[in-house]
Write a protein that binds this ligand. Structure first.
Ligand code: B12
Length: 503
């Protein structure tokens, strides 16, 4: 059996990092961990080829070789997923699909032969058994959650590691919190399920043996969902593992209550974590109450962020505007918050209601759901009818994005962050492409960029004030270029709202 593992292309979005990746000559930020995991669950004797359309093309030869195509996608990849599925069908290749977009809208994909939905650890084995018996069904789904201590190590060998900026591994699935707009608990449950420390060490060993020394993203929904297991098992094992290794700075996603636990922050930093993404959403207490984001309420959120930065963790943040409680003053409050906290990478989106969330059910009941979502939560679209006047919301959103990514605000925010940040000490070998990225940035941003005044100001300021953070300053200058490019495209297109049916 010859199997293609197909990952559709991402559009040019905030998280694609397309414009930044060019500086380090990489094609994509992360490989598709879903398909690398599915590959390990398929029979060993099957021949497998990973075709991530973000890093390479699907050729006629690939299609002629294949019996089956296993496709994985999230909603934002809808358009590319449709195209690649059609190409497979035209070439007579049987299509099996799984992953978030198919869980929420499989009825929209008539050409797919088999849907293996939810977590493959539970749904793939019955599909494979039926296939062997010659009677595979169209849909395999479950409302149970597997024990991921049985999940095999991803088949890293299938990915061309050199084409990616970062690698990804997963320690846990699920989140203990219950934010109304988030579909994680619907997809993966409330109780964080964790792998063992040995599993994670085996996964890291696999990457290390393949020569990987770059960053690794723990793609957990909330890495600190089970603090006891972290403190007693995983982090001590990671700290020990790191003693004899170089490189591999770690990133992950956490909830804001990490700021309350000095010991946990210190252990994470010692284990090699240097960056965390947090859903901050809004500085407005009423809006936090409205969306049931209890863990963010009643806090000094700016101080929480600074505490993490001082501990050695760069904080990236997710923000939302368009809650029913939001007043027109929210836009300026979000700008002020983002600037004061020094959150350089701030993902700001309009409130959306994904299928499967409580918000979706609630607004459906109120007749306020318009259409399916675009899948990109930073494109200024929404599938809900907001309480705030649509023009006010759209203009306010535009003004937030224009402000926070304007060179003046952006570079000032980078300085705010660099002033606070205590970088963790991770010994990493010098990567030639990162040195070249500096020279490319000099050329593109420092000579030809509209932001050149701010660029040179930041570099000189960093050299005098925080010389140890020079690499971070260059990286942020490059990120800023990407964010501005994405904003220019999105805002110039006047962000269609709501998105059209089926993308
Ligand atoms: C890593 C990640 C990313 C990476 C993607 C990189 C990559 N190449 O994959 C980055 C950071 C780029 C990213 C960005 C975004 N992401 Co994202 N991301 C995740 C995250 C945290 C982990 C995904 C992962 O690797 N999991 C580990 C693997 C092993 O699990 P899995 O993917 O679920 O796969 C399992 C099953 O789904 C199934 N399966 C999956 N595919 C297939 C295929 C077949 C054939 C079969 C049989 C089974 C199967 O089997 C697997 C094993 O059980 C998830 C949350 C989550 N926990 O899933 C969100 C998630 C996938 N992202 C989401 C979203 C919305 C986004 C963004 C739009 C913005 C945002 N809020 O983050 C952007 C858009 C991307 C872009 N470039 O524009 C949503 C998707 C919802 C949807 N319906 O599409 C999720 C579910 C988070 C959420 N809150 O809802 N993301």
């Amino acid at each position: 059996m010859n199997v293609l593992l197909l990952y559709p292309e991402f559009p040019d979005t905030f998280w694609s990092f397309k414009h930044a990746l060019k500086f380090i000559r990489k094609r994509a930020s992360l490989p598709p961990l879903s398909l690398l995991t599915v590959a390990s669950l398929l029979p060993e004797e099957w021949e497998k080829r990973l075709i991530d359309l973000n890093v390479r093309k699907l050729s006629a030869e690939d299609l002629a070789w294949a019996d089956y195509a296993f496709v994985s996608a999230m909603t934002v990849q809808r358009e590319s997923a449709r195209k690649v599925i059609s190409r497979c069908k035209e070439a007579g290749v049987t299509v099996v699909a799984g992953g978030p977009i198919f869980v929420s809208e499989h009825e929209q994909f008539e050409e797919v032969d088999h849907f293996v939905l939810n977590e493959a650890e539970l749904t793939l084995p019955p599909f494979l058994e039926d296939l062997e018996q010659g009677c595979p069904k169209r849909i395999y789904e479950t409302d149970e959650f597997p024990d991921i201590q049985q999940t095999p190590v991803p088949t890293w060998e299938l990915a061309d590691l050199g084409r990616y900026a970062t690698m990804c591994i997963q320690f846990s699935r699920g989140c203990p919190f219950d934010c109304e707009f988030c579909n994680i608990t619907a997809l993966l449950g409330h109780r964080p399920r964790t792998k063992t420390a040995d599993q994670i060490i085996a996964e890291l060993d696999g990457l290390y043996e393949l020569g990987w020394r770059g960053s690794v993203f723990f793609v957990d929904d909330n890495f600190i969902g089970n603090k006891r297991v972290l403190k007693q098992e995983l982090l001590p094992a990671l700290i020990e593992w790191r003693k004899h290794r170089e490189g591999l700075p770690l990133h992950t996603e956490v909830s804001i209550n990490l700021a309350d636990d000095e010991e946990l922050m210190a252990m994470m930093v010692e284990a090699g974590f240097s960056q965390v993404f947090i859903g901050i959403e809004t500085p407005d207490e009423d809006s936090l109450a409205e969306c049931n984001k209890k863990q963010n309420k009643g806090r000094d959120l700016v101080e929480d962020v600074k505490r993490m930065q001082r501990a050695g963790l760069q904080v990236q943040g997710g923000f939302i505007v368009g809650f029913d409680s939001d007043k027109p003053s929210i836009f300026q409050r979000q700008i002020d918050f983002i600037q004061q906290s020094g959150i350089v990478t701030a993902m700001v989106g309009l409130l959306q209601a994904p299928v499967g969330t409580r918000l979706y059910e609630l607004l459906k009941g109120e007749g306020r759901i318009l259409d399916c979502i675009s899948g990109d939560n930073v494109d200024g679209t929404t599938n809900i009818i907001p309480k705030m006047d649509l023009t006010v919301l759209r203009d306010g959103y535009k003004s937030v994005m224009e402000h926070i990514y304007s060179p003046a605000f952006y570079y000032e925010r980078v300085k705010t962050f660099l002033r606070e940040y205590q970088p963790p000490k991770i010994k990493a070998p010098l990567d030639f492409q990162y040195i070249m990225a500096f020279f490319r940035s000099v050329f593109r941003l420092g000579i030809f960029g509209k932001e050149r005044r701010y660029y040179w100001n930041l570099l000189v300021w960093t050299l005098f004030r925080r010389p140890a953070l020079f690499a971070e300053a260059v990286t942020f200058a490059i990120y800023g270029y990407h964010f501005r490019k994405v904003c220019e495209v999105r805002l110039a297109a006047q962000a269609p709202m709501p998105p059209s049916k089926g993308g």
